[in-house]
Design a protein around this ligand. Structure first.
Ligand code: ARG
Length: 423
């Protein structure tokens, strides 16, 4: 009779099914935890719920004491992806951090389930050379340092043939595992595809790696236009917001092949890996959010925020979602979001989301200042004095380092400089 409760993050795949069985054999009382992050809703809607209920049923059939299925779609988008959107978070400039954002949420769910079920041990199926072990375990430790977090696939790496052999011996069903060409992770913010032929970075990603984005030949010739409305930095489209908007936008942008990313990236543990992504909705939303920022924020805010945004994406990638720095950067982004109200129009076509218009009551763009036509309100005289003072430090250096011909020139042309230096 097993009496040590353990909460296992359970996907229903071969590895976590083998782990579930091994924990049972080790005398654990297994509570399987499965999170619905919109992996299937992202594209099709129907069928997702049924598939996840099958995962839950599989855990129970394997002998789990309990199987918990949590619908975390709204929480994922509202509390995690939305914050990343405020930060235009793109790791190494291109990856919207879909998998990375989900891991701290899974850590929350593991800890909450452990507390609810009276367990002091939690476990996950991440390997020892990936990023996800770091993200989940740092999350669990930040939320409840008393909990023990087990990582059996790191403690004792399991080869695929060994996993299959164990599964056969212990009655773990092996579903469609004949030739699993890739390792896939998906949620509403994007789909990650790794391993198989992609391990050689010279190999172009085959079409069969993609599931959410149409291949070039199947994309519509005509663009679709979308208008994203932002209310304090929170997007709305088609009268939808939150996870349902993201799900529908994945379908529309995916139809145009938008959001394909191929990245040789730097993992937390130091090695490089090659991952292919398809992130239709997040690509469109980040492009729209950036465009509105360009209209609304001052030059100084934009320059400083770009540094913060890069740091923010590194924190997410590196598993430091729970760090106080992330909270502080959220507060900075939230204060700028006060003015992030407006509309962005984009054209979706042939793999590209192009911003074609921006509008905001807080926009800093002034046609009267910018125009080269009639009604120019810009003070041209002010520019002359500005140039003299703006360039003064550079000019001072030139004075003391310039070769002789320049010295002679100072006697005539640079006379203003002498006056400004002596007065
Ligand atoms: N490389 C991405 C990250 O670390 C995705 C990880 C999961 N990918 C996968 N195909 N299983 O955030």
């Amino acid at each position: 009779m097993n009496d040590k409760p353990i909460v296992l993050a359970y996907s229903g795949g071969l590895d976590t099914s083998v782990l579930l069985k091994r924990f049972l054999l080790d005398g654990y009382d297994v509570i399987a935890l499965t999170a619905d992050l919109g992996e299937s809703d992202a594209i099709a809607g129907g069928g997702a719920a049924a598939a996840l209920h099958a995962v839950k049923a599989k855990a129970l059939a394997l002998g789990a004491r309990d199987a918990v299925l949590v619908d975390a779609k709204a929480r994922f988008i509202d509390d995690f992806a939305q914050k990343a959107l405020h930060a235009n978070a793109l790791y190494e400039g291109v990856y919207p951090l879909s998998a990375a954002l989900s891991r701290p949420l899974i850590a929350h769910l593991l800890v909450e389930t452990a507390h609810a079920k009276g367990a002091t041990v939690v476990a996950h199926g991440c390997t020892g050379k990936g990023n996800d072990q770091v993200r989940i375990e740092l999350g669990v430790r930040a939320l409840d340092p008393q909990l023990v977090c087990r990582a059996p696939l790191r403690e004792q790496p399991l080869s695929r043939p060994d996993a299959i052999a164990f599964a056969k011996e212990h009655g773990v069903p092996i579903a469609h595992t004949q030739d699993k060409p890739y390792s896939i992770d998906a949620n509403l913010w994007g789909r990650s595809i790794e391993a198989g032929v992609l391990e050689d970075p010279w190999n172009a990603p085959p079409e069969d790696a993609y599931a959410w984005t149409a291949p070039p030949a199947a994309r519509p010739a005509q663009p679709d236009e979308v208008v994203i409305e932002f209310e304090h930095g929170v997007p709305q489209w088609n009268r939808l917001d939150g996870w349902e908007m993201v799900a529908q936008l994945n379908v529309l942008a995916g139809k145009h092949g938008i959001g394909r990313i191929d990245l040789v990236e730097d993992r937390v543990i130091g090695m490089k890996s090659r991952e292919v992504y398809e992130c239709p909705a997040s690509t469109v939303l980040i492009a729209a959010h950036k465009a509105l920022e360009r209209l609304v924020l001052t030059r100084d805010e934009l320059r400083f925020k770009a540094l913060c945004d890069q740091r923010y994406s590194e924190l997410i990638y590196d598993g430091l979602w729970m760090s106080p720095l992330r909270g502080a950067l959220d507060a900075f982004n939230a204060s700028l979001a006060d003015r992030m109200i407006g509309k962005v129009r984009l054209s979706l076509n042939q793999g590209v989301a192009t911003v074609t218009g921006t509008q905001s009551p807080f926009g800093l763009y002034s046609e009267a200042l910018a125009t080269y036509g009639k009604g120019d309100a810009f003070d041209h005289d002010a520019a002359e004095g500005f140039i003299k003072l703006h360039g003064l430090p550079t000019e001072l250096v030139a004075r003391v380092t310039a070769p002789p011909p320049f010295d002679k020139a100072q006697d005539s042309g640079a006379s203003h400089l002498r006056q400004e230096v002596t007065t």
